[in-house]
Ligand binder design. Structure first.
Ligand SMILES: Cc1cc2nc3c(=O)[nH]c(=O)nc-3n(C[C@H](O)[C@H](O)[C@H](O)COP(=O)(O)OP(=O)(O)OC[C@H]3O[C@@H](n4cnc5c(N)ncnc54)[C@H](O)[C@@H]3O)c2cc1C
Length: 460
């Protein structure tokens, strides 16, 4: 078979799913990913219908010599699920979820999105810890670690992972768990897409019930300095039932936001309390009573509703740019910089979260998984968003400059929040010890670096 894009031969009968090539119907739909800033044209897209297709697609990648991009939910910030002239192996048709309420486990195929998983687990009052936007893919999120609203109580997504099914760079099907290919299982819990294509995950589900006490409390952004200082001291005493995210932005015109606030710069502390709701009310009260909030919609509500609350802020197809860092604590100086930079936000779509970390995340041994952010105090995910390319460069410059201003406090960075930032940043994300261990694993499972369109860990 030829290695050039124009002449590559594909035996479409070898697939149960579809092969979509330039000019075919659906090509422009399936090559698109969440971040509209990327407009890439792969040589072919294999829309896998099952494990056999994934094996055949890997073999096709080998035989053709085309670089391979792997797509599940398509939410890679730096657009790594698609590449020009590549073979895009698309897992998104794999939508199976089976929850077993007796063993409290869930088997989840690679194309499942967070909201789809939540819907199935919540039918039994269960949950798998995941992320905060329902259209994100379970696969990429889990392979990076998986941080979200219930992590401080129940850990990361990877902390509830029992086993994975995976197709290696040789097209071999293997399983990984604590008892089988344990080295691989360690690496898959944070090491991303470096070691193969996961076709199915098995998770433990946690008993959550269906109601949480959750939602944002808003103050005008000019009060952010006082709010953040109060918040920092208050949240230091928080039990693991509480998870918070602080967001600075121009208030969006959404039904939950009072109309008079729309477009006004605000700081909000978004809470999510999982546990006894009255106890949650008691703990959250001092925050509600601090200063003069302009709106407070932190209320008892279905977990499913809270999981979907931020979806309208991350609409697919818009242009996004992110830079992220962990910090140990919110010092006065850090707060001053945060306030100053937040007041500069121009785009009505730009919103950036500061995640409260800790709790159950920090209670798992640091060397138990490849994920490397267990000691972080807070995670800044400085993001910019515009509807189209218009104004995008200015917002991106704002992100870069804000991130640089935080450099003295940088501690590490969550791999899933990395952009296209180069090898050193990937190394920093894991730290030298874990990075070395991951390189050894890469050498064992993918010595040719077949899976390299990702936050790449070269074989070592
Ligand atoms: C709107 C939005 C909200 C987010 N919220 C959170 C959050 O709350 N918590 C959090 O932890 N992260 C969050 N993230 C980051 C997210 O975890 C990563 O972007 C993740 O990679 C998305 O997974 P995906 O399957 O959707 O992405 P894809 O773009 O499909 O995949 C990203 C990368 O993961 C790898 N990959 C994907 N599927 C497979 C597979 N089946 N086998 C092997 N490798 C694979 C590949 O290297 C691929 O390049 C968010 C991202 C976005 C865009």
């Amino acid at each position: 078979m030829s290695a050039t894009v124009d002449t590559i031969q594909i035996d479409e009968a070898a697939f149960r799913g579809t092969v979509v090539r330039p000019g075919n119907e659906g090509y422009d739909v399936h090559r698109r990913i969440w971040n509209g800033a990327f407009d890439k044209h792969p040589a072919a897209i294999v829309r896998c219908a099952g494990v056999a297709d994934v094996i055949a697609a890997v073999k096709l990648g080998r035989a053709s010599g085309l670089p391979v991009a792997v797509r599940s939910g398509g939410h890679s910030f730096p657009g790594l699920s698609v590449a020009d002239d590549a073979l895009m192996i698309d897992l998104s048709p794999l939508k199976g979820v089976r929850v077993d309420p007796e063993s409290r486990t869930a088997r989840v195929q690679a194309g499942v999105l967070l909201g789809e998983l939540d819907r199935e687990t919540q039918a039994f009052g269960l949950a798998v810890p995941s992320g905060i936007v329902t259209h994100t893919g379970v696969a990429g999120l889990t392979l990076g670690g998986g941080i979200g609203w219930i992590m401080r109580k129940h850990g990361l997504s990877v902390d509830q992972l029992v086993s994975v099914d995976l197709v290696t760079a040789d097209g071999e099907f293997v399983k990984a768990s604590a008892d089988e290919n344990a080295d691989l299982f360690w690496g898959l819990r944070g090491g991303g897409g470096n070691f193969g294509i996961v076709t199915e995950f098995e998770f433990r589900c946690v008993p959550l019930g269906t109601q949480v006490l959750a939602g944002p409390i808003f103050w005008p952004m000019e009060q952010s300095g006082d709010v953040l200082r109060f918040y920092r001291d208050w949240v230091a005493e928080a039990p693991d039932e509480l998870m918070t995210i602080v967001v600075h932005r121009k208030a969006p015109p959404l039904p939950i936001v009072p109309a008079e606030l729309h477009g006004k710069p605000v700081v909000m502390v978004i809470c999510c309390w999982v546990g006894d709701l009255e106890e949650g009310e008691r703990f959250i009260r001092p925050l509600r009573e601090f200063g003069s909030p302009v709106a407070d919609v932190c209320l008892p509500k279905p977990y499913l509703a809270h999981q979907a609350m931020l979806d309208p802020s991350f609409v697919p197809g818009r242009w996004y740019y992110f830079k992220s860092c962990d910090v140990a604590e919110l010092s006065d100086e850090l707060i001053d910089i945060t306030v100053e930079r937040s007041l500069q936000i121009e785009s009505p779509l730009t919103s950036f979260p500061i995640w409260q970390m800790g709790g159950a995340v920090g209670q798992v041994g640091d060397d138990e998984t490849a994920f490397n952010g267990r000691t972080a105090g807070f995670t800044y995910n400085i993001g910019a968003c515009t509807e189209t390319s218009e104004g995008f460069d200015e917002e991106r410059d704002w992100v870069r400059s804000f991130w640089s201003a935080l450099e003295p406090w940088h501690q590490g960075v969550y791999m899933n929040f990395l952009g296209d930032e180069g090898a050193d940043r990937i190394r920093q994300s894991y730290g030298p010890e874990k990075y070395g261990r991951l390189q050894t694993l890469k050498q064992k499972y993918d010595p040719d670096n077949f899976f390299r369109i990702n936050q790449n860990i070269p074989p070592g």
